[in-house]
Structures are given as C-alpha cells and as structure tokens.
Design a protein around this ligand. Sequence first.
Ligand code: FRU
Length: 704
Amino acid sequence: MVILLKPLFLGLSAFRAVSAENPRYTELYRPQYHFTPPQNWMNDPNGLLYHKGIYHLYYQYNPGGTTWGAMSWGHATSRDLTHWEQQPIALLARGYPNNITEMFFSGSVVADVDNTSGFGHSGKTPLVAMYTSYYPYAQTLPSGKTVQANQQAQSIAYSLDDGMTWVTYDSANPVISDPPATYSDQFLNFRDPNIFWHNPTKKWIAVLSLAELHKLLIYTSKDLKSWTPASEFGPVNAVGGVWECPNIFPMSVDDDDNNVKWVAMIGLNPGGPPGTTGSGTQYIVGNFDGTTFTADTDSIFSGTTPPPRDSIIFADFEGTGTFADLGWTPSGDLIGQSPANGTLSGQNPVTGYLGKRLVNTFLNGDATTGTLTSKSFLISKRYINFLIGGGHDINNTAVHLKVDGQILRSATGTNSESLSWQSWDVGSLLNQSAVIQIVDTVTGGWGHINVDEISFSDSMARSQVANWVDWGPDFYAAQGYNGLSSDERIAIGWMNNWQYGGLIPTSPWRSAMSIPREFSLKTIDGKATLVQAPTEKWSSVVSHKGLDQSWSSVDQGTKSLGSVGKALQIELSFSDREPAIAEASQFGIIVRATADLKQQTRVGYDFATKEIFVDRSQSGNVSFDRTFPATYYAPLAANAKGQIDLRVYVDWSSVEVFGGQGESTITTQIFPSDSATYAQVFSTGGNTRNVRVEINQISSTWDD
Ligand code: FRU
C-alpha cells in the first residue's frame, strides 16, 4: 500500500504502487500522512526499531474489530518514516479468535547484535521483543509456570528474519512473571517493558510500570532472558490514573556531548495535561547511572498553585457548617453532611486542596452517593475555576454547570486523590444564570469526588504538576526508536485518547500515530527542556508551492486565505503584543473551515496569557463524546526577537502544533466535513504586527 513516485525517492525500490491490495486511503477522515492501519483498532506504538535501513513500527492491534480487544502486534515498515508498508501481524493473540489465552500488550524491540541472548545462529542477528503478556485465564504455561487470571507478566520473542516473523520464547516465558516481592499484589498492573542497551555498564535495561502505584521499576540483564530488579522510581509529579508505557533515554543538552541528561517519559491515564480529559504524557529530566534514575530537582513539582489573583471565590467549603449551611442543596446520602478534610478512614490522604475542608464524598467510603446543588449565580467572568480530584466518570463522579436545567459544562477527576485545577471557559455564557452541581452516583472503585475552591476569574487557573510532552489530548503511549545513532532521538505517540478513543467516528479503522518527532533537549528559562520537531524526513511530501504572504500589520478582524486544502504544513509568525490587552487579545489561523465557517478549528496565540491554543469546539463532528469539543492551551513565550513562531500540521483528521523551537506542542484530532478546506487569519483585541503565513500542501503518502 505504499507508494511513492517523488523523483527524490525513485532510487528506493521497496515501495509498491496502489493496487487492489493497496487501496487508496481516501475515506473521509483518513489521515494522508499519519500512519493508520488499513482497518481495525490500533493503540500504542510498540517495538520501534531502526534496523538495516528500515524503521519498524509495531503497534497494539485488534485484528478482529474497531475497538480494543484481542491485542496483537501489528507491523509496518518504512524507509523514511513517511511512507509505510503494512506487514503481516507480528504477534497474533494466542488462541485467536475463539479461545484467547494470551494477549500481547505493549513492549519494545532491540537488535541483539552481539547475540547475548543466544537466539541468533548461522550469523543471523536476532531481534528480541519484550512485551507484556496478558493472560485472561489462570493457566499453566508451556514453560511450566503458572499464571493467575488477568495477570500481566513480561515475556520475550525473537526474530531471525529482521523482524518479519517472530518466535515466542515458550520454554521460559514469562521471563519476569511477577513484580518483586514487596509489590507482589500488583501482578494485575505490571506492564509495558521498554528495553535498551546501556553501553557504559554493558547491560540490557528494562523499564516497567507498576501502573496503579505510579512507580517505574528498572531491571538489568546480560542476556535479555534473565532479569534482575535494580531500582524503582516514583511516584512524582502527575499521578492521575495509572502510569503506563514508560521510556527512559539519554540526550545531550544544547548539543553538548559533555552534558548528557536522561529523560523519563511516562503515560498517564487518566490525568493528562490541564484542560484535557483522559490520557496524557509527562516527562522528567534527570540522570541514569545504569541502575537508578534520579530526577533533577528543577524537574519535580510540588504544592498547589493558588487561584488567579482576581478570583472571586464562590465556594471554598471552609468554616464549620453543613453543606446546607453553606448554601448548597444536598440530596441522597449527602443530606445533613458537611465538607470533610482529606484524611477519611479507608482513603489514601487527599492532597492539593486549599484550607482545611473540601467536598470529599468518601464519607461512608465509596458507598456514599448524592448530589450537591449550588445557589444560582450570574456568570460574570470568563472562567470558572475549581480544584477537582477523585473518580474519573464524566457522568457519575462529576461537576456540572447547568443553565436552564441543561448541563453545558462537565468535569471529572482522574482517579487520583490529588486535586488539580480545571476550568470552564464560560465567555459565551456571560450574564446567564447558572447553578453548579456536584454529583456522585457511583458506589464502586473510585466512586467519590473531591472538589474545592470554586472561583470566577478572567484567567484560567493552572496547576504546574508536570512537564507535559504534549499539551493536547491526543498524544499518548509515546515511545522512542531503538537503533538510532546516539545523537538522534525519534519518538512516535498514539494520536488518540482513552477518554473517547473507541468512539471516534472513523471507519473501517480507528486511531492514527503522531508524526514521528525528533526530540532534543535545549536550555530554556534555565531548564533542560524537551524540544520537538517533525522529523526532517517529512519534507519529501511537502510541496512548497503554497501560499506565502506577509503583512506589516493585520487589523483586528479576519482575512480570508481562501480554500487551501485539507493536508497542510503551515508556518505562522508574528510579533508579540506588549503590553497585552486583556482577554480577547489573540492572533491565529482558522483551518479546516467550511465556507460558512460553521465548522472551523482555531489555532492561535493568546497574548494576555502567553499561550498557544487549539480550539476544536466547532471542528466538525464533536458530538461523540462530551469532553471532545474543547480548547487546549500550552504556555509559550515569544522568542528573543519578540516573535511567536508556530508550525502547524493539518491532516484530514488532525492538527499538530509545534510552538517556538518546539518546546510547546498541542496535538488534537478533528473530524471536519470534506468541504472544510478554507482558512483565515484572525486578530482580536487589536492589530497584530509583522505577520507571515506560509501554507504548503502535503501530498498523500498513500498516493502515487
Ligand atoms: C496503554 C495501554 C498499555 C497496555 C496497552 C494494551 O495505552 O493500556 O498499558 O500495554 O495499552 O493495549
């Protein structure tokens, strides 16, 4: 299915042209230059390896449907990280389809060039995969080892034909059956081995996640078969949901080979960046000595940020009274109850609230259910900010904003006892009368909600709890390539979110991968900061014949750029506004708009808050999940020349923004109609100076 007739690549022979087995990918939402499987469900990238001139991409794959299940490893290969050739399934769920006894969860692949494993013979280099075996049933395995129902354990497989076919190491799998004794009760949540060669200690390293405990476990091995626990790391920083898909890798800071730092990259689900719901990816900068990962102190965050200074506090739940005394109407088990503190019996300590009391519905444990409804109030400021924690269920452990009895905004926790800020942008509801309702209608695990400090402000409240790899909702389970030179670090993320991943309106496939991104570390604001750029290899499909316009000043209002297309690379730069004029002070570009602008995705910069943003609230089909229509923000300061630079990659169902040098990225899916090909620049709250916009077409990587 891969194709390529660009003169530049005619010399590469491995690419095939479109044919009956290699369909043109032209369905409504089919990404044109992001990897997708032809059909069926995909999640995490797995086993990213560059080997003998080929980039391998294995991935979590359901061979039998468009939602998660029957997890197997799909496989695709590429010579340029741009044009992908689909390969046969690498590891098919054992017993598929009728009696699955083992699924192949996420993991990684190395080339064992010194044949430390002994799997190689006849001069063939073995590729070795380590993955999480998930066993739906208790069973005794061919190795004689027994596993329990739903156990997750780590197994290996090898390939002697450069990654095309794989043999599972059945005589000894799983090679890590259980977590170390201290954590033996965590065998249901022990997963996602990331393996690599550590040259200074001449050992293989495996980094694994104890998902529920927000801990990484580091193991070492001489032969990829026998593994010794070496150290643990965490919990630190963002600890919502579960920790999954950890990676650790070295990078030089500012290209200085004498200053090498290690980065731990960790997925959390839920508990992603502020303003998102569902999964996200954080990173921590530190050091690794072959045994232990140690975080730099300036990469660790603690404490709760106070609300913005102009805040009008609507409810802080302090004092001594009951909910009713404080003006809230309780129902169910909350009748007669009061705000509590964060140390209730049977509950892990609640952190991140302000003052002495908060709404904590763990009163009689998770069994407590009920609602709390506020007095009605007039919406007077653009943001409603509040601290929220507890269960992750947008309907049943939630906070709702109701106007005329209708729920217009909702928020939920992240399955974490640590509260963090969430905000609703209610700028479009100013002067309307509203109530806030706090809801807990579940009694099971995480059947409680924690809320504090509901306040009104002109700006969004923020908790700095983590470094975010990406500030958008659709970048998860990211993994770096093994097998690259030491100064090259390329990673791919799953461009979807567990919050709504199974509901996105694509067919006959679900989920795409992000653009492969080159990672580096640069000192920004005195701190080693992760910087990302789409790999240079992308330039092969970008045609530079597009629009290129400059204006010394763009007046307040919009400027149409006409119908520019659906797969685009956009470069946008403009001067910062100093001092910024209050709220509605933004500049940016509207993409994937219909002619009547009813559908549009806004990508821009807010001069007042110094943030880039992507607003997908009107981006087309947004109705399949209540949290989907939203705006996402990422901090970005102007460069030394006072300019803001944005690189925006638009595809048939996504927008990826790289801000500044790439220190701020926002990745979002969008589902606009086919006719949404228009673009405009917009300037609000005044004019914007020194504007340059360049729009280039990206041709289909599936097309000839
Ligand atoms: C992350 C994840 C992994 C697991 C895989 C299963 O998205 O939950 O932790 O290995 O997906 O498909």
